[in-house]
Design a protein around this ligand. Sequence first.
Ligand SMILES: [Zn+2]
Length: 342
Amino acid sequence: MKIPISIKDVEKEIENISNLNDLQLLKSKYLGKSGKITSLFKEMRNLSNEEKKEFGKSLNVLKNDVEELIDREKNRIEEENRNMKNRNFRDDETLPGYYTQMGSMHLITQTMEEIKNVWMNMGFEVVTGNEIEETYYNFDALNTPESHPARDEHDTFYIDEKNLLRTHTSPIQARVMEKRTPPLAIFSPGKCYRKDTPDPTHLPVFHQFEVLYVDKFVTVANLKACLSTFIKKILGEDRRIRLRPSFFPFTEPSFEVDVSCGICGGKGCRSCGNSGWLEILGSGMVHPNVFKSAGYDPNVWTGFAVGTGIERIVMLKYKLDDLRDLVRNDERFLQTFRRINL
Ligand SMILES: [Zn+2]
């Protein structure tokens, strides 16, 4: 028995079809419950076993071909519909546009980037380090032995006896000095951790950057020149700095650095407590003991180190009065500074 339908017949019919409805009708006509091909399957029971085999085989081939043809046609029509829709959409210029709310860099990240660029332009290389640090690099290598009172000042998140969440970015300096030989000029930014209860001037997680310069004949004059350039680039050309003697275990002499008040220009006002100056960072000439733990000869090498919290600079630059605003994730606050980096 010959199959009375050929794939050519179906192809011919499909040529005249342009929508999914008609295609569905065509599908039922051939493959539906009482469709032409389905009926032929039913007729098979009247055939001899031998005929059945051959007829069944050809009928299956036809069925698969028709299914494939219909599927292909379905995809084609669907794609055409989509394109049509897109075309019509594009043509309608009166429709409202898409509004995408743009994200932006956080104020801390923005400021960190700015600071980084200033030091990079002065020839400093950016080096980062681990947030989980060994106590040795966090304290011992920086002239802060177990008995040192400064070790208590940092109320620290200890992980175990030997590891902690770094309390400052200085361990990066210790690690770099251990691996490399001078001259060195590095800038290391990153997150730091201390056991502080959040208040307007403290956060348990904060950001710092440190600068280390090691070479022959480095003097306080070099330090002052770099600091002055840095402050002017970040806070404005009219800002001045002053160095006050201070104490840090890893520098000698050590200086607290103040910047002239941006509001009164140094005359004295309410926001600077009438002093005309605001504290901005700590610095000093690298302590000979720090050089010794790194294996550098303190009689040959000299250097300076600078370090401060990025948040402190953000507060000064944008005149904020509560550090916690930076981490509350209040969109109104973040939006206020959104334009800055556009
Ligand atoms: Zn002032």
